[in-house]
Design a protein around this ligand. Structure first.
Ligand code: UGA
Length: 448
């Protein structure tokens, strides 16, 4: 099939490359000329596992092309995906400007029946509004349908998630559009992937509801973690005890400094706004958002408490990306924590295996970026682990202890619970995790 993808940001580029991987001929349209030139050379502006070889393969086989403008070259496409950004407005609502702009620009080039697919995360009712935006800009009568097909890709695992999704959601009232979408996803249908064929509105809401549920699950476990600290209970044991119940499931029950990234914070806020626009409240999501904000403050308080005041202290901060495996700082709790530590007068020595370049862009000379974690801990008053990069799990804690500034009992604040308290204390550190209220040592028959 001939397919166009408008927007070659994170979602658009993954979609374009994976659709080309299915054997379709895909044109990716990206308005930033520098980005287009780089993409034509196979150079990707962010890190995403498995994406570079996929893009390179698509370019080589001429299944993947990149263009700067929506023009005649998209006219022959059977399907046009819109995958542009929908950032948060000040009031939390999703800003749909780019979506409608793309819809308006596509319209004059439609020559035959075309399916326009909304990949961007958009509020309920947007498919209809995109349909209208196209209608207004058509230069002649052309049949078309607008389909909602939200993405559920995890950053860092997006290529895998595209080829092996838990489900695909397609929202359209048109059987003609449905047939076209079946051709787009023929490979996944053949693989037995569950498909939900539904209305555009339901598809739009599924996306927000899924992200809000996962975000709520994280805020829930963070609240329970806070209770664990007060009640001398270990959160990991509680999460495991909960998660083994298949109805609950063990994933997204890792307590920490709160969720970040380009999706959960934005989409939870947008869902709150969508509900209000219907005269409803989603109180549980509103609370999840609030807890997430508070959690970052709690982490700063924890660090302040452990260091006996932040002013003039040197803090080693390991991990700045919003999660491991990505170089993305968007709404990263580590960034928010760093800002607050700086505001309180602390000096920061920071390391991240992938995101240091972006850290320099955001913080400039305000923090000291270190090329390895041992440089970051050198002469630090406290060590804070803010992102659960697997390499930090392998830190030589004896060496770390020697390098730190704090005499006999340095403090390690493990905001992602990557270590067990016992092992860290075994090296002579003071240890604080999140929700690790239980101070006991492991005994026979007891969980750590
Ligand atoms: C999320 C969803 O997981 C995807 O399904 C969805 O497609 C995507 O948003 C999107 O809407 O585009 P992503 O933002 O890549 O994916 O990140 P996640 O892996 O879900 O993690 C989000 C945040 O939650 C991270 O800061 C992570 O550290 C945190 N988290 C996750 C926890 O604090 N605890 C957990 O148990 C799990």
């Amino acid at each position: 099939m001939k397919i166009a993808v408008i927007g070659c940001g994170y979602v658009g580029l993954v979609t374009a490359a994976c659709l080309a991987g299915f054997g379709h001929t895909v044109t990716g349209v990206e308005k930033d000329p520098a980005k287009v030139n780089a993409l034509k050379e196979g150079s990707i502006p962010f890190y995403e596992e498995d994406l570079a070889p996929l893009v390179a393969g698509g370019l080589r086989k001429r299944k993947l092309l990149f263009l700067e403008k929506i023009d005649e070259s998209i006219a022959g496409a059977e399907v046009i995906f819109i995958a542009v950004g929908t950032p948060s407005l000040r009031n939390g609502a999703a800003d749909l400007q780019q979506v409608f702009k793309a819809a308006g620009e596509i319209a004059p080039y439609l020559k035959k029946y075309t399916v326009i697919v909304n990949k961007s995360t958009v509020p309920v009712g947007t498919a209809k509004r995109v349909w209208e935006a196209i209608k207004e800009n058509l230069t002649r009568e052309i049949p078309y349908d607008v389909v909602s097909n939200p993405e559920f890709l995890r950053e860092g695992k997006a290529v895998n998630d595209f080829f092996q999704p838990d489900r695909v959601v397609v929202g359209t009232g048109s059987t003609r559009a449905q047939q076209v979408m079946k051709k787009v996803y023929a490979r996944l249908i053949a693989d037995g992937t569950p498909f939900i064929w539904t209305t555009p509105e339901a598809a739009e809401l599924i996306k927000y509801a899924a992200n809000a549920f996962l975000a709520t699950k994280i805020s829930f476990i963070n609240e329970i973690a806070n209770l664990c600290e007060a009640a001398s209970v270990d959160i990991d044991t509680v999460a495991r005890g909960m998660g083994l119940d298949k109805r609950i499931g063990g994933e997204f029950l890792r307590a920490g400094p709160g969720y970040g990234g380009s999706c959960f914070p934005k989409d939870t806020r947008a869902l709150v706004h969508i509900a209000r626009s219907y005269g409803q409240r989603v109180l549980i999501v509103e609370t999840a958002v609030k807890i997430n904000e508070q959690q970052k403050g709690r982490m700063v308080k924890k660090i302040r408490g452990a260091t006996g005041g932040l002013k003039g202290k040197t803090i080693a901060l390991l991990g700045m990306a919003f999660k491991p495996g990505v170089d993305d700082l968007r709404e990263s709790p580590a960034v928010a924590i760093a800002e607050r530590l700086l505001a309180a007068g602390a000096r920061l020595q920071v390391h991240d295996p992938m995101a240091l370049g972006r850290v320099k862009e955001v913080f400039g000379a305000r923090i000291n970026c270190c090329q390895d974690p041992y440089a970051a801990v050198t002469r630090a008053d406290a060590l804070v682990i803010a992102t659960d990069w697997p390499e930090y799990r392998k830190l030589d804690l004896a060496r770390v202890k020697k390098l730190m500034n704090t005499g006999d009992t340095p403090v390690l604040l493990d905001l992602r619970n990557i270590f067990t308290p016992q092992e860290v204390r075994g090296y002579g550190f003071r240890y604080q995790g999140v929700g690790r209220g239980w101070k006991g040592e492991p005994e026979n028959g007891l969980e750590k």
